[in-house]
Design a protein around this ligand. Structure first.
Ligand code: PHE
Length: 485
């Protein structure tokens, strides 16, 4: 009793008046206060709440028209013995169809033909019904007055699009046995202080007042401080790791030419990844200009090779190179960077979004992020590449990683990186040393160690997800409960 607030006491008294049960809206108190009091009393087990799914109907615009103008089929009564054409002329073909259709369905009229013209004839049943048979209208009026209507008429009104059905949760508050005990013991509402103020202390008012006791076991709702989305947190962390390892961040564009995304990386023009099935090509712009001289240079590499390489040996198509597309990997960022900065050393990275025409499922997204990077320096070698990636994953918390030989058109040697998770090896990215066909045309003379790693796959593992889409679903409950990374 001593820990009950005035609104809790008031609610208990209201429930007592109503034999121990009431709907929230029946209680003479502001709704927020009622709901607050209910949740406090519920946690003290003095009340319980019963929830039922109730149907509710909303009258549509069509339904309002019925109420104002009557049912369309009632118009039929003015046309007894007249031509169907008259109704059409008066109300238009569409409306006439509704009027006659429902009148026939209700057995109010028949159509007969005379001299090739169609006529209306009101039946006996129609004459009886005229002005009396108004089930639909009555039901609509009942809805307006908040009364219940039966399912049969509700279905007809729904079919006629006069009403829409909504589901609503109906709540009833019940006094529990413990609640009754408290109520029976007698509840007094008296003035109590729940907060001591500066003024009360100064004026010594407090000596005359009665204080409400704290209920330290009272339920309190959880609160969740704002935080960044896990993927943003992860990106921040990766950015910090690469910065600490001496890398500089670079950025690129979503829309690129096939030239930079593919040709400059020695990806042959008939490579399956260049197919419309795999890559999003843009309609606007559909072309991106590339310096003629660069195109010529790369065309020659594809056709005949460079510096001992034999090239692919096919006829290079310059228009193919100018096609605009959504970048399929961030390796385009690094090759463009190297073109502008051909002198070593360089250590750069980017964490950006790429696009591929994938069907969405638990492990695939058509948009995802890659963690891309290169080390370009005089004595760079494969061992260094393995070392840097091992270091990166170790800092991300992956102790066990392994490398597997792989193939990319732009690197030699190439490898895939896998991490161990739940006893399984999961592929997280590709890497290698850029081939001479990629570096030589741009005057890049020293070895370039390159990698492109998946962000979302790694996020899945770190967050323990079995569906990659969770990262983009914005499930607020999941986000609330997720610890900081
Ligand atoms: N671009 C490759 C991918 O998208 C990854 C990669 C980057 C491989 C750099 C080698 C070197 O899968």
């Amino acid at each position: 009793m001593e820990v009950l607030s005035p609104i809790e006491k008031k609610l208990l008294l209201e429930l007592e008046k109503r034999d121990g049960k009431a709907k929230p809206e029946e209680i003479e108190m502001e709704m927020v206060k009622v709901m607050n009091a209910v949740s406090w009393l519920q946690s003290k087990k003095l009340v319980s709440i019963e929830e039922k799914l109730a149907k509710e109907y909303e009258i549509t615009e069509e339904g309002r028209k019925f109420l104002n103008e009557g049912l369309p089929e009632e118009k039929i009564f003015d046309f007894d013995g007249q031509m169907v054409k008259n109704i059409e002329e008066r109300f238009g073909k569409e409306e006439a169809k509704i009027i006659i259709g429902w009148a026939i369905r209700k057995g109010w009229c028949k159509i007969f033909e005379k001299n090739g013209e169609k006529y209306i004839s009101i039946t006996e049943e129609g004459k009886k019904a005229a002005g009396k048979e108004r089930k639909e209208i009555e039901a609509l009026q009942n809805i307006l007055q908040g009364k219940k209507i039966d399912d049969e008429i509700a279905n007809i009104l729904k079919k006629r699009r006069a009403i829409k059905e909504r589901e609503r949760i109906e709540r009833v508050i019940h006094l529990t046995k413990k609640g009754w005990d408290v109520v029976k013991a007698g509840i007094k509402i008296e003035e109590e202080i729940s907060q001591l103020t500066h003024e009360m202390i100064i004026s010594q008012e407090w000596k005359k007042k009665k204080f409400r006791k704290y209920d330290i076991k009272a339920f309190a709702p959880s609160t969740y401080p704002a935080k960044r989305h896990p993927l943003s947190q992860l990106i921040e962390k990766i950015r910090r790791i690469f910065s600490e390892m001496g890398f500089k961040e670079i950025k690129g564009n979503y829309v690129e030419s096939a030239f930079w995304n593919m040709d400059a990386l020695f990806i042959p023009q008939d490579h399956p990844a260049r197919d419309m099935q795999d890559t999003f090509y843009c309609r606007k712009p559909d072309k991106i200009e590339v310096e003629e001289e660069l195109i010529k240079k790369i065309a020659e590499v594809h056709e005949k090779g460079i510096d001992g390489s034999t090239g692919w040996g096919y006829k290079f198509n310059e228009n193919e190179a100018r096609k605009a597309l959504l970048r399929t990997h961030t390796t385009v960022n690094t090759i463009r960077y190297l073109y502008h900065n051909p002198k070593p050393p360089a250590k750069v990275f980017s964490i950006e979004r790429v696009f591929r025409r994938e069907n969405i499922d638990t492990t695939h997204l058509p948009e995802f992020h890659q963690i891309e990077g290169i080390i370009y320096e005089e004595n760079a070698n494969f061992g260094m590449l393995k070392g840097v990636l091992k270091e990166f994953y170790a800092r991300m918390g992956f102790e066990k990683i392994r490398y597997r030989p792989a193939y990319f058109p732009y690197t030699e040697p190439s490898m895939e990186i896998e991490v161990e998770w739940n006893g399984r090896w999961i592929e997280l990215g590709g890497s290698g040393i850029f081939r001479p066909e990629v570096t030589k045309p741009f005057g890049i003379e020293e070895p370039v160690l390159a990698w492109g790693l998946g962000l979302e796959r790694m996020a899945m593992i770190l967050l323990g997800l079995d569906d990659i889409r969770m990262l983009y679903w914005s499930d607020i409950d999941w986000l609330h409960k997720l610890p900081l990374l």
